[in-house]
Write a protein that binds this ligand. Structure first.
Ligand code: TRH
Length: 378
């Protein structure tokens, strides 16, 4: 089974983050031959540091990673073609898809959303002018969607680290992190946030200690402003009950492990958000901003789903903190409230991870979709 995945890096790391993860899993678990076309290899090299951003073609973890050239050179079309997040395929490639003895299956992999309409749109075809059908494939949280990216052994690997304090300490030490025994370990990956200083103030003033890990990125400016100095990876600063440590941007699998080790994860976008869900630890989601505040509907839809099973007090505290985090207002007060419900939120986060892990994962669902399509076409 040959797959071509096309990824256009719009901004940030989400597009390449999702497609790289999917490509790896299709190779490792589904026995597929995968070519990943990326138009900006420098973004790829950030999440896969062993990659060389100057190469037209390279193999990484069994995936053939190719520079998506501006001037497209004809290649044979694959059995299954994924255009990620509605990126436009090269016209000559679309012709090649149609001209195969059996046309390629063409899928548009959409962004993740917990909104109700997703189930109704998942898997719908759209007839193209050349006679090909393009299908819309929606990741999601319910059985009527394409599911979430989750490697088969993900939760077992996570448990290994979470349940063995020595393994956890050794992993953290490999990043230069040595938290005090009772300190709350927090990771912070977020967009610029006007409320960040307020939150850092609340952590510094708290009666218990926190150790905040900040991989270099967009939120660093807010941390620097609060501390009143520039920072680089490796720097550690203390203010009251808070220790702030700047980390380098690490490989994707290393970042996953970091999330598993933390007591609380602040994540953003799409891929880090899903990974924090699998960590089974309390989290806050800095959602990617969209025109006309469309992202707020997405945020509310997810909250509605995530809050199921929480006490009314925890539901209120959680949504207040998440909305404050995303608006940059009222972050300190809502954090203090949330902290009071920590025990309930810890148990809940693991329950949700296990619940979602009982559904088919996205890579399995994609392969199943292809098999169904083949038997329908036969
Ligand atoms: O980078 P993002 O903000 O990406 C966003 C979203 O995907 C958004 O929906 C999309 O529209 C926009 O890009 C274009 O956040 P996201 O999705 O979490 O992707 C970050 C990736 O970076 C993820 O795969 C994890 C990875 N990462 C590392 O590999 N190392 C690190 O040190 C860190 C912090 C992240």
């Amino acid at each position: 089974m040959k797959w071509d995945i096309f990824c256009s890096v719009v901004d940030n790391f989400g597009d390449i983050g999702v497609t790289w993860r999917l490509a790896r899993q299709l190779v490792a678990e589904q026995g597929c031959a995968v070519r990943l076309w990326v138009d900006e290899l420098s973004a790829f090299a950030r999440i896969c540091p062993q990659a060389d951003a100057t190469l037209e073609q390279q193999w990484q973890e069994g995936v053939e990673v190719c520079q998506w050239p501006t001037a497209w050179q004809p290649v044979a079309a694959a059995d299954v073609v994924i255009e990620a997040f509605a990126c436009s395929l090269p016209p000559a490639y679309i012709t090649a898809m149609a001209e195969r003895a059996r046309a390629s299956l063409w899928l548009n992999l959409e962004y993740l959303s917990a909104e109700d309409w997703v189930e109704g749109c998942h898997g719908l075809p759209s007839m193209q002018s050349n006679g090909l059908q393009k299908f819309f494939f929606f990741p999601g949280f319910t059985a009527g969607t394409g599911g979430l990216l989750r490697e088969g052994k993900l939760l077992a690997a996570r448990d290994e680290l979470q349940q063995h304090p020595r393994a956890r300490s050794a992993f953290l030490a490999s990043l230069g992190v040595t938290p005090e025994p009772n300190s709350q370990l927090i990771s912070l990956f977020a967009y610029e946030n006007l409320g960040l200083g307020e939150w850092l103030g609340a952590l510094a003033d708290a009666s218990t200690t926190s150790h905040l890990l900040v991989p270099e990125g967009r939120v660093l400016g807010d941390v620097e402003r609060w501390l009143g100095e520039s920072l680089t990876a490796g720097d550690v600063r203390e203010r009251g009950a808070l220790r702030v440590q700047i980390l380098p941007f690490v490989a994707q699998q290393t970042y996953d492990r970091l999330l598993w080790c933390c007591d609380f994860n602040a994540v953003r976008g799409e891929d880090s958000f899903v990974r924090a869900l699998w960590a089974g630890r309390p989290l806050v989601w800095h959602i990617y901003k969209q025109d006309e505040d469309a992202h707020l509907d997405k945020l509310q839809a997810f909250l509605a789903l995530y809050q199921q099973g929480l006490s009314p007090a925890a539901q209120t505290a959680l949504s207040q903190f998440w909305l404050a985090w995303n608006s940059g207002e009222g972050v300190a007060a809502s954090w203090v409230n949330l902290q009071r419900l920590r025990a309930e939120l810890v148990a809940h986060a693991e329950k949700k991870a296990l619940q979602w892990a009982s559904q088919a994962d996205l890579a399995t669902a994609l392969v199943q979709f292809y098999r169904n399509w083949l038997s329908y076409a036969a």
